[in-house]
Design a protein around this ligand. Structure first.
Ligand code: PAF
Length: 284
């Protein structure tokens, strides 16, 4: 039998209800499609913890700002479905935009605190409200036992955790480590936008970030390390740096000293492509 494809909330709930009656737990992997090995790692994590995994694909229009890549965002539903069938996924959920945002839709989830005031929240106004709203809807629609998010989108992960905790959502939010290419570039559906020359330049981002994370973990002063990482990025041809910050690993407040669990996060532009990445800082 092929991979069941569910298009509506009622269909999704009926299917998940049947699994639950059979005693099966469910993991949900929310995605925007254009699936790659990073998404498949989320699927593997879900299937490692639950007998059933549902993947949703919804290119959420509200989380793209004016001038961002909503129209361009890769859409390849057949290839995605084939990958998911091979990976042993139990169902693919393809919500319809009219059902997600019915006429008169007027509710938004606004996560407060630093998470929605720093880093990408500054550079992509409204983005995280749109992400929190759509993720909350997906979680309420599926009511899975667990939902899986990549550490690659670290701010999104912390935001979703905060939201789930604050709203008492009965879903465990699980983090999955970033999957990288052999040269360190974090997998992203947007990597396809890079030309060959830009792709080579992009590989410098994880290298420089990781070096800086190691130096800070070894006790080097934060400001000079960040200054030198910014200078290295510029020398590598990555002049457009939206941010490169050391942050508290949970609140994402900027830090000048690595005196608690912290994370180094960056967003840069290579050509017209915006790349984000992050590394944990591990004290030695
Ligand atoms: O990370 C993504 O792909 C999206 O932001 C998500 C979580 C599926 C919400 O649209």
């Amino acid at each position: 039998m092929g991979l069941p494809v569910l298009h509506g909330i009622a269909e999704l709930r009926r299917q998940i209800g049947q699994w639950r009656e059979a005693g099966d737990g469910v993991g949900l992997v929310p995605t925007m499609g254009a699936l790659h090995a990073g998404h498949l790692a989320l699927v593997r994590a879900a299937l490692g913890q639950h007998p059933r995994a549902v993947v949703s694909i919804f290119v959420n229009p509200t989380q793209f700002g004016p001038g961002e890549d909503f129209e361009l965002y890769p859409r390849q539903p057949e290839a995605d479905a084939a990958l998911l069938a091979d990976a042993g996924v139990s169902a693919l959920y393809l919500p319809r935009v009219e059902e997600m945002y019915p006429d008169g839709f007027a509710t938004q989830i606004q996560v407060g605190g630093p998470i929605s005031q720093v880093l990408d929240a500054v550079h992509r106004p409204g983005h995280f409200t749109a992400v929190a709203t759509v993720v909350c809807k997906l979680l309420m629609q599926a009511l899975p036992d667990s939902a899986y998010f990549g550490e690659k989108d670290y701010q999104q992960l912390q935001l979703v955790r905060r939201m789930a905790r604050d709203l008492d959502l009965p879903v465990a939010i699980r983090a999955v480590p970033t999957v990288r290419e052999a040269d360190g570039l974090a997998l992203s559906s947007r990597n396809d936008y890079l030309s060959d020359a830009e792709r080579a330049t992009a590989a410098m981002l994880p290298r420089i970030l990781q070096d800086a994370a190691v130096q800070i973990g070894a006790g080097a002063a934060v400001d000079p390390v960040l200054a030198s990482a910014r200078a290295r990025l510029q020398r590598a041809g990555i002049g457009a740096i939206d941010y490169l910050e050391l942050c508290d690993a949970t609140s994402l407040l900027a830090l000048r000293r690595a005196d608690r669990p912290c994370r180094l996060l960056a967003a840069v532009r290579v050509g017209r492509t915006r790349l984000i990445d992050n590394f944990a800082v591990e004290s030695r």
